[in-house]
Design a protein around this ligand. Structure first.
Ligand SMILES: [Zn+2]
Length: 692
């Protein structure tokens, strides 16, 4: 029997709990295990610091339940057919297929989501669709190491035909090739990247990251992570020199966050650059493990929340940073890029804050910004979104007044190309190998994983749950190689919002501590058929936002006012080539101008009632009809709060002294809140009504 050289009872009660110092705890775990366990997956190579968690090969993790349904909808929706839906850019004229069309980021963006989708679903038709892009990228490499389109063309409406040699789009292709190698082991990727990075080391000295566009400077963390990835495989020392060069030429996010000026200033930074760039200090921390880099990023997240935060985990950024008013826009690209940044930072640090923020964006911001059939998306979403029209809002930018409506190309088409990476990469980051040769579930969703643990034993774990709505997550273990048992640590995140988590193993309570905001390690001999249940009781809690408004939360899900929706399909006559032929507006059919009655001094259990619906189909919970949980609370309409410029007018201040006078004569009503991700129209930042 593999991996169980240690005394079984010695392991059985070995319990490790640690708060945000996983490396330290893992060291203890290694001492306990007497160093018998070699790592099964490639960790960082010295002098880079050891990561607590290691990404598994693409295809090891399979979505189940609602998450599987989400990926299938992507396949049947735009992700699986963007070449046909958006042929001018994604068709054979794309520069990344050798054509004279779009030479820049959009083709690579699409493949960066389509490729992991293809391999996670193990779908041959999708793999066939991806392969020409991989083949062309590899074949395009020139003797000096350069790869990709290299020729600029004259402007053509709807296409980006210049800056072909820009460093930035290649960063996306590097991510694609890393994933392709992870799924297939194709050695051509290693050769291409080695040659390209030699080219970068030489050429960046005369043509730095910002030579063609400023995007590459802000997004240098994407380049940097690819350099470290290759270094771990080849150990080529020049890659560490290149990493220093890229870090030095990239935007200095560390100092930016420390100085606090940018994040507290409207219009100071592009919202997607912020979502991508925020990981750079943590990526670089692997080479120079100075706590300063981690501290700066944590401060950055606190300032994003303080000055620009919205309840769904995002921030006002439409496109420039735009404060915390809940009718400012949040771009879809920034949601999926922030998720990728959080996934990378979680793997490097094991910090539960990154896992929780990842869940908040994935379970709230992401599902609402794309239609149920994955055919139309919004460029911007609003946290308080009560009507969606083609009109000029007070965003930082205006694209033919189409920035809020649902369409394929409305607003700006970066999101049409980039949105596909969100759910596949989320799936890929549900599970990690651990530095102590175990397995970790740090972010939860229905799924199954097969991975090597202990000294190379394959284990399959099924995670059965309706999380994020379910308070129970059930893991079952078996060994596809036929072993009866193996001894390895199993890491689980206890969310910060959960004060009374319990773990049961084969129905019996586990004796270790399950303190909120920690990763617990259940180290024992796992036998085929073993079951572990993680029970995470979800209490309703509240948080405060713009104008002291209140958001209602339960577990990782934000709850928003349920508003009846009327969708209206419209055609675009003035510029269909740019914005697409059609789009959807959405109008409220029920009132939206509600506040929640002040409940100071009362227990939230007596204020909010939670209704778990049993009559619905849980395979797709992300619309009002299927919302699995409702929260009821007393509220009143606020007559003075009306539409302004087609959106919810300025948020009445939630004063604790004077109250909102216009509500005095209004009747108390029972409000129904549903998960934010299931709404299209909603109030998620509620005024609080204090009796006048
Ligand atoms: Zn975008």
């Amino acid at each position: 029997m593999s991996g169980s050289k240690l005394n079984d009872t010695h392991w059985k009660h070995m319990i490790l709990t640690f708060r945000k110092h996983p490396l330290h705890a893992l060291l203890i775990a290694c001492l306990f295990s007497q160093g018998v366990m070699a790592q099964n997956y490639l960790n960082n190579r010295a002098p880079l610091i050891e990561k607590p968690y290691i990404e598994l090969p693409l295809g090891s993790i399979k979505p189940q339940g609602w998450l599987h349904e989400m990926l299938v909808r992507q396949k049947n929706g735009t992700t699986g057919q963007l070449d046909a839906l958006y042929p001018a850019v994604m068709g054979s004229r794309n520069g990344w297929l050798g054509g004279d069309g779009d030479q820049w980021e959009r083709g690579p963006y699409w493949i960066d989501g389509l490729l992991p989708l293809a391999y996670i679903l193990d779908d041959q038709a999708l793999k066939d669709k991806v392969q020409p892009w991989v083949e062309w990228a590899i074949a395009s490499q020139q003797p000096d190491g350069y790869f990709g389109p290299d020729k600029d063309y004259d402007p053509e409406p709807g296409l980006q035909r210049n800056n072909a040699r820009d460093w930035w789009p290649k960063m996306v292709v590097l991510k694609i090739l890393q994933q392709y190698h992870s799924a297939t082991g194709d050695e051509r990727v290693i050769r291409l990247m080695t040659s390209y990075f030699k080219y970068q080391l030489t050429t960046l000295k005369e043509k730095p990251l910002g030579h063609w566009t400023f995007w590459a400077e802000f997004r240098s963390g994407d380049n940097l992570q690819a350099v470290y990835w290759l270094y771990n495989i080849t150990g080529d020392a020049f890659l560490l020199d290149l990493a220093q060069l890229i870090h030095g030429q990239g935007k200095d996010f560390t100092t930016m966050f420390e100085q606090r000026e940018v994040l507290s200033t409207i219009g100071s930074i592009h919202c997607v650059n912020l979502a991508q760039g925020i990981k750079e200090p943590v990526i670089y921390y692997q080479q120079r493990p100075d706590k300063r880099f981690i501290d700066a990023v944590k401060l950055g997240f606190r300032d994003i929340r303080k000055f620009n935060g919205q309840p769904q985990g995002m921030y006002g950024g439409d496109e420039a940073l735009h404060g915390n008013i809940p009718t400012q826009g949040s771009e879809l690209c920034s949601a999926v890029e922030l998720m990728f940044s959080l996934e990378k930072m979680l793997e490097i640090t094991g910090d539960v804050d990154f896992a929780e923020h990842l869940e908040r964006v994935a379970f709230n911001a992401l599902p609402t910004q794309v239609t149920d059939d994955f055919m139309h998306r919004q460029y911007f979403q609003q946290a308080n979104q009560v009507q969606i029209q083609r009109r000029a809002y007070n965003f930082n930018i205006n694209h033919g007044e189409t920035d809020l409506v649902f369409g394929l190309l409305t607003g700006y088409p970066c999101c049409t190309a980039n949105m596909h990476q969100g759910w596949p990469k989320f799936t890929q980051n549900l599970w990690y190998a651990t530095a102590d040769s175990g397995l970790a579930a740090l972010v939860y969703s229905p799924s199954a994983v097969t991975a090597k643990v202990a000294d190379g034993v394959d284990v399959s774990v099924v995670e059965e749950t309706h999380y994020p709505f379910d308070e129970s997550i059930r893991f079952s273990f078996r060994f596809p190689g036929g072993e009866e048992a193996a001894t390895f640590p199993f890491h689980l995140r206890i969310p910060t919002w959960c004060a009374a988590a319990q773990i049961k193993i084969n129905g019996r309570p586990w004796e270790g501590k399950t303190e909120a905001g920690n990763i617990v390690v259940v180290a024992r001999t796992w036998r085929s058929g073993d079951r572990l249940e993680l029970v995470l009781p979800m209490e309703v809690s509240t948080s405060r936002w713009h104008e002291n408004s209140m958001a209602v939360e339960r577990g990782p899900v934000v709850y928003a006012l349920k508003i009846a929706e009327r969708w209206e399909k419209k055609t675009i006559a003035d510029d269909p080539a740019r914005f697409g032929k059609e789009y959807y507006e959405v109008y409220p059919e029920t009132p939206w101008n509600y506040g929640i009655l002040d409940f100071t001094g009362k227990d939230t259990k007596d204020v909010f009632s939670v209704v778990k619906r049993k009559d619905i189909d849980l395979t797709y919970p992300w619309n009002p009809e299927n919302a699995p949980v409702e929260i009821k609370v007393a509220g009143k309409r606020i007559p003075s709060w009306q539409l302004y410029n087609g959106m919810a007018g300025p948020l009445p201040h939630s004063s604790i002294i004077y109250g909102i006078q216009s509500t005095n004569e209004m009747p108390v009503e029972e409000l129904t809140l549903i998960p934010y991700g299931a709404t299209t129209l909603r109030i998620s930042a509620f005024p609080v009504i204090v009796p006048y």
